[in-house]
Write a new protein. Structure first.
Length: 195
């Protein structure tokens, strides 16, 4: 199934089985001039899906590399963001190249924020691997590292970028199952209720 999100810069959402294996060909259609890409993922997700995605991208003619950071909300911070930017520079990504976020909400936030800032913005693709990421964080374009302001009594995504992804791709086989105690919270977030 393919849908279009109509915003100031419309983008497509593709939901079907086998998206990961077709990712290289789909990205080649979207980015015919691109030579390089970096897959940003975390230490839980990359071992499951990363090598298959890299293979698909390389078969489509991209020089594809990966940046993996430790999994967990505690790694959604400026130091991770900085390390992603340094990696993109080391790999010589240009404004015609792109980033792929492979993972949940933390990965999408970090990769999206890096894409928004690197060279004043390069394209990025979201491949969410959780149901929550597929219906929430990968759609809409708000990206941010977590940042605390103790003197203001504030925490969370106070510094963020609004940067729309190119396609958002996903499918059932990539979804993990939330632990049973979190199910009510997941469904509230899905319906955009309070977390």
């Amino acid at each position: 199934m393919e849908m279009t999100v109509y915003t100031s810069k419309p983008y497509k959402i593709l939901i079907e089985k086998g998206c990961l294996q077709k990712a290289g060909a789909l990205c080649r259609e979207l980015f015919p001039r691109s030579k390089r890409t970096v897959v940003v993922s975390d230490s839980n997700v990359f071992p499951l899906y990363g090598e298959g995605l890299l293979l698909s991208l390389k078969e489509a003619g991209f020089a594809a590399d990966s940046f993996t950071f430790p999994a967990g909300e505690e790694n959604k911070q400026l130091s991770t963001f900085e390390n992603i930017l340094l990696f993109l520079a080391e790999k010589h990504l240009t404004r015609t190249d792109f980033i792929i976020a492979l993972g949940g909400g933390v990965t999408g936030d970090m990769a999206g924020f890096a894409a928004a800032c690197y060279l004043r913005g390069i394209p990025f693709v979201q491949i969410p691997t959780t149901l929550l990421a597929q219906v929430d964080s990968s759609v809409g374009g708000k990206t941010a590292p977590a940042r605390s302001y103790p003197s203001l009594g504030a925490a969370g995504n106070r510094d963020f970028g609004l940067f729309r992804p190119q396609p958002v791709s996903g499918g059932g086989p990539l979804w993990g199952s939330p632990p049973p105690p979190s199910c009510p919270r997941w469904f509230l977030r899905w319906g955009k209720g309070p977390p």
